[in-house]
Design a protein around this ligand. Structure first.
Ligand SMILES: Cc1cc2nc3c(=O)[nH]c(=O)nc-3n(C[C@H](O)[C@H](O)[C@H](O)COP(=O)(O)OP(=O)(O)OC[C@H]3O[C@@H](n4cnc5c(N)ncnc54)[C@H](O)[C@@H]3O)c2cc1C
Length: 392
C-alpha cells in the first residue's frame, strides 16, 4: 500500500498548512486548554472560519455543502491540524454523527433544516443515547415517546450528554413501543433543545471540568416530522450512527503531536520515562499505519469494522498512556489542578514547571473517559471478537 500523498493531496496539504499559518489566532492556546474548559464563543468563531474556507465537511457530498473528497483528505486535515495543535470544528457530534445519519436516512426537509448549520457551527447537536441504567445495554432505554396527533410527547432522562449546555438540537433514542422486543420498540428523534420541558443540568468531571450533562425531558412535544426513519426503526439508525462513532480513524496524528509536545516540554526525561515515551511513540506510529490502511480500504469500498473498532480501543490506551506519562514526567507540578477548580485548596502553592504541567492532572483525569465513551473498551473487545473471523 502506498501511503504517500498523491500530487492533488500534496497540493491540498500545502494550501491548508499555509491557511493555518495565516489564520490561527496567536493566543488561541490560552483559550482552548482542553475539552471542557474552552471558550465556546471563540471555538465557534474558529469553526466559522474553517467553514468559510471550505474545511468543514470535507468528505460530505457536495450537494449537502461538503467537498465530496475521499477520506484520505480528512486524514491530511487531521494531520495538519494536529501539527499546529489547532482546535477542531466545534460541532464534532453533528459533523461526525448527526450529519452523516441525516444525509443517509433523513427526509429532504430534515436535510434542509440541519446540514448547513452543522457545517457552519450554527447548529450544535448533542447525543441522547445513554440513560441512567442504559449505557452498554442501550436497548434497555426507557425514555418514552407517546404519539399525540402530529407530535410525540417525550418523557425520560438522558445522561452523560456531551455539549448539551451548548447544543440547540439533541438526537435521541426513545421507546415508542414497550410491547415488542426491546430493539424493535425504539425510534430516533431530533429534539429542539429550546422546546418546553427540556432541562439541562451539568455533571462536573473529576477534574472539575464541565463537558457532560444530564438532560431531563418532561412531556416534551416533538413533531413526528422530526423522526428519522420509520417508527420502531430507530435501532437500525442508531447502529448506522454508532459505526461512525465507534469506528473512526484519525486519532494517531493528535496522539503523536501531543506526545512530541510533552517530550519537548518535559525534557530531559530520565531513562525510564524516555523508554515509556519511545514505546508510546512506536504504538502511535503503528496505529497511524493501521488508520491509513483502514482509510484506503474504505476508499476501495471495504467495511471499516472490525479494524476501526480496534483503532479506537488502541487509541484509548495510547491516550491514557500519554497523559499518565505527563503526570509522572512533571513531578509535583503535574499533580496540581488549575486553581479555579472547585475542590482546589485556596492556599495551594503556585504551579512550578512549564505551562503544560498545569494541564497534566486535568488531562490525566479526563483521559480516563476514553475507554468509556463511544462504547467501553470491554464492549469494543466483545464487538471485535464477534466480528473477527473464527480461528481455523
Ligand atoms: C466523557 C464521556 C462522554 C460521553 N458522552 C455521551 C454522549 O454525548 N451521549 C451519550 O448518549 N452517552 C455519552 N456517554 C456515555 C457512554 O456512552 C456510556 O458511559 C458507556 O456506553 C458505558 O455505559 P455506562 O456508563 O452505563 O456503563 P455500564 O454499561 O453500566 O458499564 C459498566 C462496566 O461494565 C462493563 N460491561 C457492561 N456490559 C458488558 C458486557 N456485555 N461485557 C463486558 N463488560 C461489560 C463496561 O465495560 C463497564 O466497565 C459519555 C461517556 C463519557 C465518559
Amino acid at each position: 500500500m502506498d501511503f504517500r500523498d498523491s500530487p492533488e493531496e500534496a497540493a491540498f496539504r500545502t494550501e491548508l498548512r499555509s491557511w493555518l499559518a495565516g489564520e490561527l489566532p496567536p493566543d488561541w492556546r490560552d483559550r482552548q486548554p482542553h475539552v471542557g474548559r474552552w471558550d465556546f464563543a471563540a471555538a465557534r468563531q474558529w469553526t466559522r472560519k474553517l467553514f468559510d474556507a471550505g474545511y468543514a465537511g470535507l468528505t460530505w457530498p457536495r450537494e449537502f455543502g461538503g467537498k465530496g473528497l475521499p477520506p484520505t483528505y480528512q486524514a491530511i486535515y487531521l494531520e495538519e491540524m494536529a501539527r499546529v495543535d489547532a482546535p477542531d470544528h466545534v460541532g464534532v457530534i453533528g459533523l461526525g454523527m448527526a450529519g452523516p445519519t441525516i444525509i443517509a436516512h433523513g427526509t429532504p426537509e430534515q436535510k434542509a433544516i440541519h446540514l448547513r448549520g452543522i457545517l457552519s457551527g450554527e447548529t450544535i447537536f448533542c447525543q441522547g443515547f445513554s440513560e441512567p441504567g442504559s449505557g452498554s445495554d442501550l436497548a434497555s432505554l426507557r425514555t418514552r415517546a407517546v404519539r399525540d396527533g402530529d407530535d410525540y410527547v417525550v418523557t425520560g432522562q438522558k445522561i452523560w450528554t456531551t455539549q448539551a449546555q451548548f447544543a440547540n438540537w439533541l438526537f435521541a433514542l426513545v421507546r415508542t413501543d414497550a410491547t415488542v422486543k426491546p430493539q424493535a420498540g425504539i425510534s430516533f428523534l431530533l429534539i429542539d433543545m429550546t422546546s418546553p420541558g427540556v432541562t439541562v443540568r451539568p455533571i462536573l468531571s473529576a477534574s472539575g471540568d464541565h463537558e457532560l450533562n444530564e438532560v431531563f425531558l418532561d412531556d416534551v412535544r416533538v413533531p413526528v416530522a422530526n423522526r428519522i426513519g420509520a417508527e420502531g426503526e430507530g435501532w437500525g439508525i442508531a447502529k448506522f450512527l454508532l459505526e461512525n462513532e465507534r469506528g473512526g480513524t484519525g486519532y494517531a496524528p493528535q496522539l503523536l503531536a501531543d506526545l512530541d509536545r510533552l517530550v519537548a516540554a518535559a525534557s530531559p526525561l530520565g531513562a525510564l520515562l524516555a523508554d515509556r515515551a519511545t514505546r508510546l511513540r512506536l504504538e502511535a506510529e503503528a496505529l497511524e499505519m493501521t488508520e491509513l490502511r483502514t482509510l484506503l480500504e474504505i476508499e476501495q469500498g471495504q467495511p471499516p469494522a472490525p479494524r476501526s473498532l480496534a483503532v479506537k480501543l488502541i487509541a484509548s490506551e495510547i491516550r491514557q498512556g500519554i497523559e499518565a506519562l505527563a503526570v509522572d514526567a512533571f513531578g509535583l507540578a503535574g499533580l496540581q489542578l488549575p486553581t479555579e477548580r472547585p475542590f482546589h485548596a485556596d492556599d495551594a502553592p503556585p504551579l512550578v514547571g512549564p505551562p503544560e504541567a498545569g494541564l497534566a492532572a486535568a488531562r490525566y483525569l479526563n483521559a480516563r473517559a476514553w475507554s468509556i465513551f463511544g462504547g467501553t473498551s470491554e464492549i469494543q473487545l466483545n464487538l471485535i471478537a464477534r466480528a473477527a473471523p473464527a480461528a481455523p
